[in-house]
Design a protein. Structure first.
Length: 613
């Protein structure tokens, strides 16, 4: 409908303005405007008569801001979860008429922080309380003496983490406390999310949007309920998602290690046909695993419960047997402090609460490491609770994320994984990696796995196919580089490629050896350096090969190469980072600070990317 002077109470200039504005409004903006005008109508008794006669709306100074609300949304993300949530939140803000600046912390200019009107931070915590790579520079700035006073700037923080780690959501907590210390004002309380983050993140978004509406002098728009804002399913763009995984059929399941190896690494090929799931090299596949049947049966027996007893699942209300719940729905192989706390309340006379006593933090830290729920039940004789009460304290089964080892161009409608079986003895029992053992022992061709694609925008091939690429991936860390090279082969990319790979033994542990050799022959892989640590008297790892080739590696960097590291975060990634710093000092004549700044610039330019775990 087009407004005209003859069919409205507006003058010609007003009609022209409205006809330009109205078609551009989103549904959310129209709802907000409707509610805003309704609020004004309730205050209209005091409107000047001259303004009313002219058909104009006089806005009382106290009822609305003079300018549109502005907000800056910053994310720090390693695997992409915080980034994806930040994009969803920014879209919700824009639907409500807020002018949004959305940025990675690594791309944000810290010296502009003083100009930010409202700040919203979504950030994950890595490993033992470390910031994601793209949050390091902003984190350090904010905790330095150069950080400005924020003079009441409204802010709120969404923290992502994993309660199985001691420093749960530490980086989000640090940001929240530091912003407050600098004079910021919490617009909405911080929310800390576990690995099952969707609902908690949705509640945070709803609370922030409600607080923003109140600060603007208006209530939340009609139709914008907290439940609606909480519906942030990661799969809104796709039929299948983290909350609704696809049952992928197993096409192949091979052991890549040779006879005599003390390792078992599975190459698993899954069909995505009919799912419409899409991925890019560098993305991960989320897999919802099943707990080992033996562990489930032993746990049920120790608790004195019946395996076929029905229990009602939280939220959905679905009724399943206790056996199914403990097999597929809940985590039972990891002890966390929140679980210990709830067990102490559920079994007050068991002695579990003594683990939580002040001064025994180190004892608790040592106890939870390497133990599972069966250990806790046996050690403290936890019996007497009903099956329903028991599952109420358990954490939902978290998905396992694996770097995708295939190129979608080379293998359409398929996805490949490279997974090493984890099994070891601890405290008198054999412990199994939940997913890796399922893949190696109980997953047959023709079976299926519930999966979803986890986008990782922070681990991607260069946009320019001519860019040289250095890939460092020992063991299963080589998986994404199989995808990288497969994609470069299919697209005909001309950029040079260099792979550093390592494992224990050349004869039995050289994963995908034939493929690397073919790519070397065909020129898809320009060069390859390997390190097999148990084949020589001196243990040689990928970082040692890097140092041996320091001159050539430095020249590649000077020629614009991008560096990718995948694998173990606790040791390998740190050793590789130290090797890069050493090469920059040795070959580039840099000081320690200059070398560190060089790598920081590479990260900011997306030329140093890591997928570490």
């Amino acid at each position: 409908m087009v407004l005209q002077v003859t069919n409205s109470p507006f003058g010609q200039d007003q009609v022209e303005l409205l006809n330009r504005l109205l078609p551009t409004l989103t549904e959310g903006q129209r709802i907000w405007l409707s509610g805003y005008l309704s609020a004004l109508q309730g205050q209209g008794a005091g409107m000047p008569a001259a303004a009313a006669a002219a058909g104009q709306t006089a806005v009382p100074a106290a009822s609305a801001p003079a300018v549109p609300q502005e907000a800056t949304v910053l994310f720090g993300s390693q695997t992409g979860n915080a980034q994806k949530l930040a994009k969803k939140f920014a879209a919700k803000l824009e639907d409500r008429g807020v002018q949004v600046t959305l940025s990675s912390m690594g791309d944000f200019k810290p010296n502009t922080l003083k100009k930010v009107r409202q700040l919203f931070i979504l950030v994950s915590t890595q490993g033992e309380g470390d910031p994601p790579d793209n949050a390091i520079s902003f984190y350090e700035f904010l905790h330095s003496k150069r950080a400005p006073q924020l003079d009441g700037m409204p802010f709120s923080v969404l923290a992502l983490g994993d309660t199985s780690y001691e420093f749960f959501c530490k980086i989000g907590k640090d940001f929240d406390e530091r912003l407050k210390a600098l004079g910021g004002k919490r617009l909405a309380p911080r929310v800390d999310c576990d690995v099952d983050f969707e609902d908690a993140a949705g509640e945070w978004m709803a609370s922030v949007l409600s607080a923003l509406a109140e600060s603007a002098g208006a209530s939340a728009p009609a139709g914008a309920s907290a439940a609606g804002d909480a519906a942030i399913s990661a799969g809104a763009e796709s039929e299948y998602s983290r909350s609704r995984p696809f049952q992928a059929a197993v096409l192949e399941n091979l052991n890549l290690n040779g006879r005599g190896s003390d390792r078992e690494t599975r190459h698993v090929e899954l069909s995505l046909e009919g799912s419409n799931l899409r991925y890019e090299p560098g993305d991960s596949l989320g897999v919802y695993p099943s707990n080992h049947p033996r562990l489930v049966e032993e746990l049920i027996a120790e608790l004195g419960l019946k395996a076929d007893e029905p229990v009602s699942l939280p939220k959905s209300g679905e009724s399943v047997s206790l056996r199914e719940a403990l097999t597929d729905r809940f985590e039972i192989t990891v002890l966390t402090k929140p679980l210990i706390e709830q067990a102490a309340q559920l079994f007050p006379d068991s002695g579990v609460k003594e683990l939580l006593a002040a001064g025994r933090e180190q004892e608790l830290r040592e106890y939870v490491k390497g133990r599972d729920l069966l250990d806790l039940v046996q050690d403290y004789r936890l019996k007497g609770a009903s099956a329903q009460t028991l599952i109420s304290i358990l954490r939902k089964m978290p998905p396992r994320l694996y770097s995708i080892a295939s190129s979608p161009s080379a293998y359409p409608d398929e996805v490949h994984l490279t997974v090493r079986k984890v099994a070891y003895e601890s405290y008198g029992r054999i412990r199994y990696g939940v997913c890796s053992t399922q893949l190696s022992e109980r997953l047959e061709i023709g079976g299926s796995l519930p999966v979803f694609v986890q986008e990782n925008p922070n681990f991607k091939l260069p946009a320019n196919p001519d860019t040289p690429v250095i890939m460092i991936g020992p063991g299963t860390g080589v998986a994404p580089f199989r995808a990288f090279l497969g994609e470069r082969e299919e697209t005909g990319a001309e950029g040079k490629t260099w792979l550093f790979y390592g494992d224990q033994h050349f004869a039995t542990d050289f994963l995908y050896q034939i493929e690397w050799q073919r790519w070397l022959k065909d020129g898809v892989l320009t060069r390859m350096d390997v390190a097999f640590s148990r084949d020589t008297d001196r243990k040689v790892y990928v970082q040692h090969r890097m140092l041996e080739k320091s001159k050539e590696l430095y020249q590649w960097l000077q020629n614009g190469a991008a560096v990718y590291v995948c694998g173990d975060e606790k040791k390998m990634a740190h050793d590789v980072h130290a090797a890069l710093l050493s090469i920059l000092r040795q070959e580039g004549g840099m000081s320690e600070d200059e070398a560190a700044d060089y790598l920081t610039r590479l990260q900011q330019e997306k030329r140093y990317q890591r997928d570490v775990y």
